[in-house]
Design a protein around this ligand. Sequence first.
Ligand SMILES: O=C(O)c1cccc(C(=O)CC[C@H]2O[C@@H](n3cnc4c(=O)[nH]cnc43)[C@H](O)[C@@H]2O)c1
Length: 248
Amino acid sequence: MTSRRRALIVAAVAVERDAVTAAGPLLPPSGPEERTLPGGLVLHRLHAGGAVLDVLAGGVGPAAAAASTATALTAAALAGEPYDLVLSTGIAGGFAPAAPLGTVVAAETIVAADLGAQAADGSFVPVAELGFGTGAHVVPEEIVRTLAGATGAVRGDVLTVSATTGTAARAAELAERHPRAVAEAMEGFGVAGAAAAHGVPAGELRTVSNAVGPRDRESWRIKEALGALTDAFGKLIPVLAERAEVAR
Ligand SMILES: O=C(O)c1cccc(C(=O)CC[C@H]2O[C@@H](n3cnc4c(=O)[nH]cnc43)[C@H](O)[C@@H]2O)c1
């Protein structure tokens, strides 16, 4: 990966943000430095070697994720300290058999799986076929390689949905339409869209808390997935730090 010195890492909720920052050096005294953005969003900043990692709980769903990511990117650009990498992160649903519970996944393509139109025959027409822009952001190969190399993540497409999948039929439909899908979550496309608007490369790294399929909240393993997220960032942060040192 080209040298990265400033990364914006966007989770959805506070427990995901804290799972990321738990992997970093806990400074100042009781935890990461906090910086408040316009609108009241709070960045949690980690310093690791020459890298600055700002971790944000940007809200659930693609709209909240896009708005908060754009706010952080704009604030950084106006301060003359632009980011050179954006990562969407958090827990996710995993597609069988590629991504069982606890798996780390790295997106090769971040796909807006439900952005488009339903045709009269019930089939799905992707937004790109409607002529309204893109429904997918391809992650630069060097970012995928770095994320997967550092963490052992399974590579594949990560779908962004506005509603979690709740039936086997829907899971099968998504898997058929996206044969390379390894996971679904709710923020990646929003984060990547904001990053693209700022010309900043983006990736997505997640850990699997549940299977994509029939809704069964009892079977979700959120605590374990958050632990796996801390482990994954515990491996990734030194790699980002080392590359930032090389770039100095
Ligand atoms: O079903 C519920 O009662 C319920 C209660 C609290 C939270 C949820 C979520 O769906 C959290 C979604 C959150 O986590 C990511 N995520 C995790 N697994 C999946 C999934 O299978 N499909 C889509 N998103 C998932 C997502 O990125 C959100 O941030 C449900």
